[in-house]
Design a protein around this ligand. Structure first.
Ligand code: IVH
Length: 674
């Protein structure tokens, strides 16, 4: 995007192009409910247009997208007029912009410090709820801000929208405004259902909420998990509280849901502090937020500040860094994993998304690439939410260059040259080189040394590459033959770090059977299965001798996993490596057998939130040692939910189902630590 100031003729041309593009994306977003580009890119187009029009006001026309809000109402719903226009918010994308917003306000008001109300910016769609004599008379979408669509029948189906107000002191006529949204869990469930029924899935909860509200058949809307939060007052027949916070409290008292995350912040620094706290909590919230909103608390001050064009001067939306961005696919490479799985990876033009610079995104497998039709040269939407690995969401087909090339899975491993094969019925293609393939060996060692496996501190990716490439290490057993003198010959490895690494390798010899099994990297044997195997068999020998049928007696071990375990132990070279590891002194303490009796025997326990005294995985293993079954989701069969700090949606689910919730102190009691 150009940031420079062109001459008037050139500006006129650029303005025309921008208006056409914005009109196209408006159509996708408002009419089709199927946006093609992320909001961040749309915002940039709009900002550039606003900038050009600010430089050349003579080029502003009444039909410019900067001069209106939203799109035309859709056919099928009645049009309603908003007595008080439904405005939009200006956006701030940086702390500096928030600081400037506050400075302008302080200057206008002549105040040293201003009190704000900070709220989450819910990512749904704006709604107006008109109550006459305490009854819901009409619900309308924002539309173009002056006229919206009557969606009363649909909104009536939303459980969190009261049909009657509580108490008796509400005004005769009261218009509450707020956001209709779809909680994350409901969104996931809806998409799962849509997929099962072979129907179209939604790109995000906002689209799902919009699509659900615009259903002409309210019975369809009723099946959709929509929710509502109030955040403002529109038309009202009586005087309300003199502060925004006071008005929200009134709305709440009258039975309208108001977010519990709303806080009063004195001054802009308190606002920024709120922003950071909300950003940290974002992944655990039950609904999507795309930023926070600061509003001047005093209504008298709001009146003094007034409006510019389509937005109030007294409020601003402080947006989080976008979780979706546009970039270009420079190449598609393949990566070979520990089990030989060949994963295509998109090499991307670096892009700042979700707070980090992303240069690679996984494309999962051939089917996935074909489904999304990702080609080298394509412009794609990449998404990185929280700590989740970045992924390519979709291609922007309108930006596909004529020479974009489809990806073809190579027939040979790019690392060892062995054939790449895809077993029938499997989504994943694999390098057939096994331990001959250096990529597989490197990945196997990385896994073996990882924190939750043998936990060899300091044995990182670069060092493993050097060890394999130099031939010092072939299998994981070779690690235990390394001496400081060998290591210090490697590049960037001093004597001190060599000695440290040898000590870390030495320490790793004392481990648990569960960790050891997990470290072996048997296909489909993750931490939980490894722990189950260790508990069931007690030691390695009986496990190695077990038949597939015997293996299937173990919790969570089915036919496929049992076969993988058998196959692994049948390989002579695997048995040899295990023997060598034990000869080098790798050992574990005897596994404690589960207490057959006891308060937790046979109970189903779910852990949520973080614990202060131990990790969740440790708690899980210790609970299992007491005979409990630890499950990852809450159902009516759950006996207890242990809620740590910042519990997620599982806590809400437990409360909803009436499952007993206990705290960390009770957990420690069970574990005999109190
Ligand atoms: S106040 C005059 N508060 O953001 C101010 N809006 O970009 C009117 N939104 O259309 C809006 N959370 O759909 C306000 N706490 C909040 C909000 C919020 C989400 C949405 C709303 C509005 C859009 C403006």
């Amino acid at each position: 995007m150009r940031a420079d100031r062109p001459g008037e003729d050139e500006a006129a041309q650029e303005i025309e192009r921008l208006r056409e593009r914005i009109a196209y994306h408006d159509y996708r977003y408002y009419v089709l409910d199927d946006p093609e580009i992320p909001d961040a890119e749309y915002d940039r187009l709009m900002r550039r247009l606003q900038q050009l029009e600010a430089w050349y006001p003579q080029l502003v026309t009444p039909d410019s997208p900067t001069q209106r809000i939203g799109g035309e109402p859709l056919e099928g719903f009645e049009t309603v007029r908003h007595v008080v226009p439904m405005l939009s918010l200006n956006n701030a994308f940086s702390e500096q912009e928030v600081c400037e917003f506050d400075r302008r306000i302080r200057e206008t008001l002549g105040e040293d410090i201003v009190e704000y109300v900070a709220e989450p910016k819910l990512d749904g769609l704006a709604i107006s709820l008109l109550y006459q004599d305490g009854r819901l008379l009409r619900a309308a979408t924002r539309g173009d801000g002056h006229r919206g669509e009557d969606v009363t029948l649909n909104v009536r189906t939303i459980p969190s929208v009261p049909l009657r107000l509580r108490g008796g002191d509400y005004p005769e006529r009261l218009e509450a405004r707020g956001e209709i949204y779809m909680p994350k869990a409901g969104f996931e469930a809806l998409n799962r259902r849509q997929r099962e029924r072979g129907e179209k899935t939604f790109a995000n909860p906002r689209n799902a909420a919009a699509g659900s509200l615009r259903q002409l058949d309210p019975r369809v809307t009723a099946e959709r998990p929509l929710a509502f939060y109030a955040y403002a007052v529109g038309e009202v027949s009586a005087e309300l509280a003199h502060t925004h916070a006071g008005q929200l409290a009134q709305l709440k008292a009258w039975g309208l849901p108001v977010s519990s995350l709303i806080e009063i912040c004195r001054g802009w620094q308190a606002c920024l502090d709120y922003y950071h706290r909300m950003q940290a909590r974002r992944p655990e919230l039950a609904f999507e937020i795309d930023g926070v909103v600061y509003k001047v608390n005093s209504i008298a001050q709001q009146r003094k500040l007034g409006f510019v064009a389509r937005a109030p001067r007294w409020a601003i939306a402080h947006k989080f860094p976008a979780e979706e961005e546009l970039t270009r696919v420079l190449a598609i490479d393949v990566q070979v994993g520990r089990t030989g799985a060949v994963t295509p990876v998109a090499r991307l033009e670096p892009v700042f998304v979700g707070g980090v610079t992303v240069t690679n995104a996984t494309l999962h497998n051939q089917d996935e690439i074909e489904r999304k039709d990702v080609r080298v040269g394509d412009t794609v939407v990449v998404r990185r939410a929280g700590d989740v690995i970045p992924e390519v969401v979709r291609v922007v087909l309108s930006r596909r260059p004529a020479d974009a090339r489809p990806f073809i899975m190579p027939s040979q491993c790019p690392v060892c040259g062995s054939a790449i094969v895809r077993a029938e019925g499997e989504a994943v293609a694999r390098c057939s080189g096994g331990l001959y393939c250096p990529a597989q060996r490197k990945a196997a060692i990385r896994h073996f040394a990882s924190r939750r496996a043998m936990d060899i501190e300091g044995l990182g990716e670069k060092l493993i590459d050097q060890l394999i490439d130099s031939g010092l290490v072939q299998t994981v057993a070779d690690l235990y033959r390394l001496e400081a003198a060998d290591l210090s010959k490697l590049e960037r490895m001093g004597e001190k770090s060599a000695a440290k690494l040898v000590a870390a390798i030495e320490r790793s010899k004392h481990t648990t059977l569960a960790r050891f099994l997990y470290a072996l990297g048997i296909r489909e044997v993750g931490e939980a299965t490894a722990a189950n195997l260790a508990r069931h068999f007690g030691d390695l020998e009986p496990l190695m001798a077990a038949s597939e049928e015997q293996l299937q007696q173990v919790e969570e071990v089915g036919e496929v996993v049992a076969r993988h375990i058998r196959t692994f132990f049948e390989q002579a070279h695997n048995r040899e490596v295990i023997e060598q590891l034990r000869a080098h002194g790798v050992h574990w303490d005897p596994v404690e057998q589960p207490a057959a009796q006891g308060p937790l025997a046979g109970k189903i326990v779910v852990l949520t939130g973080s614990l202060t005294s131990m990790s969740r995985s440790e708690a899980k293993m210790r609970l299992q040692a007491l005979g409990a079954k630890v499950s990852s989701s809450v159902s009516k069969n759950t006996d207890y939910v242990v809620a740590g700090d910042k519990p997620g949606s599982k806590l809400a689910k437990a409360e909803q189902l009436g499952v007993e919730v206990v705290d960390e102190a009770r957990l420690l009691d069970w574990l005999g630590e109190n």
